[in-house]
Design a protein around this ligand. Sequence first.
Ligand code: GLY
Ligand code: MN
Length: 464
Amino acid sequence: MFTKETYVNRRNTLKKKMTGNGLILMPGNSDASMNYPANIYKFRQDSTFLYYFGLNDPDFAAVIDLESGEETIFGNNVTMDDIIWMGPQPTVAEKAESAGVRHSRPFSDLESVIKKAIAAGRKVHYLPPYRAKTCILLNGILGIPFENLREQASMELIKACVSMREIKEPCEIDEIDHACNIGYAMHMTVMKMAKLGMREQELAGLMEGISMSHGSMPSFPIILSQHGETLHNNNHNLDLEDGKLLLIDAGAESNMNYCSDFTRTFPSSGKFTQKQKDIYNIVATANNLGVEMSRPGLTYKEVHLAACKVLAQGLINLGLMKGNVDEAVAAGAHALFMPHGLGHQMGMDVHDMEGYGETNVGYDEKVQRSSQFGLASLRMGKELKPGHVVTVEPGCYFIPALIEKWKTEGINKEFINFDKLEQYYDFGGIRIEDDILITENGCRILGSKRLPNTPEAVEAEMAG
Ligand code: GLY
Ligand code: MN
């Protein structure tokens, strides 16, 4: 945990941001079973609960009374049976005290506390739930139908939490730097160890093991595939084959559950072909531009569009696109090759706070989300501020089914040389991703060292 004062200060700030005299209800997470009740996934606490209360154990909930200011942790003390199987544990009151919370009650009291507030006409603020058990809890004590739980969450609470969690404190930046150093070790290990004939799953397993040996676990299921054109490809079932590109998108969580998220792409053989180098250099230029450009005052949508222009211009130079670059990007033609956004916020969630709703986190009154294919997938569009942590992850993919669809329907045909694309149907995809902290005047790349991002540097690592 961070210091007790960290959590006390955060809750005091949250209380000041909230108006009215209602309650804030923050449920923590419970263990989740894999294949029978006692066989559980590694526990992952809810990030909002961690942010305000720091308690990394299952089956807690917290209530903040906005009228009295009183804070209460609801949870059950361990039984003798629990002690026999799981060892001794501090009491709920002791755990609450470690986060600066003075009141604790058995979990079963939560229902009557909430129902009493509702009967008195008080508002109960809660965040959109994303786990079935939390939905069952909220449905039971708030009486809101399951299908309405997310939309009836408190927009006031969402906005207050976003405004706090998106500006990282120095203690959080230290944790993210640490998570980035673990991510660096994961990527460098497989870059050095990859050999033709190895199975993708051997490398994915190595990465997962490194993340767990230095921290908590991977920050999301590892993407490691020679079919990098499938953006979130979680299959690791191919052998490394000459001529293929291996796209690896992976990061770690620190022990305090802060994340890293890096992508690198390298040739399975250790040597790029000229065709692969040409696309790699375009993506690397877009990635470098995103890093160089990002600073307070610019919107991330502007940075995204500038990176898309680099991509489109590079593809025009190669003869895969045509026409005027500004018009091509305005029409969204480049999205055939990069159907996703330049990046997202990152913190305790790898897509930070995405449970609150992507648009609630990445957009505001000033910057609205586009509905155009490609740009619609930009998760972070709003103005950058010092303390924001974002990923910079341009990519270039050749997705045969998408190319065929656009070709058949004539979509953006004035900007795409469809005939030339047939030579790229087995290319796969390239993505290059770094994590940055927005500073007062610009940004800095998180982690002590930046992963190799030129064909020459990648080949040198693989040869070494
Ligand atoms: N690293 C996976 C993603 O950003 O979606
Ligand atoms: Mn990412």
